[in-house]
Design a protein around this ligand. Structure first.
Ligand SMILES: C[S@@+](CC[C@H](N)C(=O)[O-])C[C@H]1O[C@@H](n2cnc3c(N)ncnc32)[C@H](O)[C@@H]1O
Length: 237
């Protein structure tokens, strides 16, 4: 396995680079054996998955809380947490097989800025809120808004890595954007001159943070165990 490319070195805290290499190694070995990453992804693990995730850190302010919805094997959430020890990162994932892997990686790398929550995103609505809610390859924008916006703090934002269909997705999601009182989505290009090919992300905030319905303003103090216990059990796989 080659070492981290310049695109990752440039955004990762230098003392955390060995942890990033460790994580890449775990993805390429255990991650493949457990079916979390396809074997064909291994040669492009750094560029397509880790660098693509790490680039999100360039638009994250210092010392904020981040929630990664549908994190799977930790993309982009775990990469963000490794690269930026100043951030508190919560990984939300319903499937046991994946949260088991995440729990193991967090323990092995001794990451003290990561929390793993097993459950669907909507299981934490009204209980938790975050400065930024990220996602990658989780759902079409309409559904992503429904799952993610109730987790966004009044002055926070959703930040979703998206593909080339981003403009059409925004148009399809107009009714949901209106229903939730979202701001006009902002399409941002990340990684120009850093990544092999720049990636697109979508930023959505609240149009009027002072007008949020109470049920959308989640507390941030609910403990993971209380939040998980209180909600329905997710499907096992
Ligand atoms: C295609 S995978 C993407 C995983 C990862 N973000 C990545 O880029 O590799 C989609 C993930 O979303 C999770 N997921 C599906 N429905 C969800 C929901 N309602 N809330 C949170 N996560 C969900 C799935 O279990 C799966 O791990």
């Amino acid at each position: 396995m080659p070492g981290p490319p310049e695109s990752v070195r440039g955004v990762c805290a230098s003392d955390r680079l060995p942890l990033m290499e460790n994580y890449a190694h775990l993805l390429a070995t255990d991650g493949v054996v457990r079916g979390l990453i396809g074997p064909r992804e291994v040669p492009r693990l750094w560029d397509r998955h880790i660098a693509n995730s790490a680039i999100l850190t360039t638009v994250l302010e210092k010392s904020i809380t981040v929630c990664d919805v549908g994190t799977g094997a930790g993309l982009p959430g775990l990469v963000i947490a490794i690269a930026r020890p100043d951030l508190q990162v919560t990984l939300v994932e319903p499937l046991l097989r994946r949260t088991t892997f995440l729990d193991e990686v967090v323990a092995l790398l001794e990451l003290d800025n990561v929390e793993v929550l097993r459950g669907r995103a909507d299981a934490f609505h009204g209980e938790r809120s975050f400065d930024v809610v990220t996602s990658r390859a989780v759902a079409p924008l309409e559904r992503l808004l429904e799952w993610s916006m109730p987790l966004v703090a009044p002055h926070g934002q959703l930040l979703a890595l998206k593909g080339s269909s981003i403009t059409e997705e925004i148009e399809t999601a107009r009714p949901v954007l209106t229903k939730y009182g979202c701001s006009e989505p902002e399409v941002i290009e990340l990684g120009a001159g850093i990544l092999e090919s720049p990636t697109m992300a979508l930023r959505v905030s609240w149009a009027d943070p002072s007008a949020l319905p109470l049920h959308l303003i989640g507390g941030s103090s609910a403990s993971p165990s209380r939040a998980s216990k209180a909600k329905r059990k997710p499907r096992r796989r």
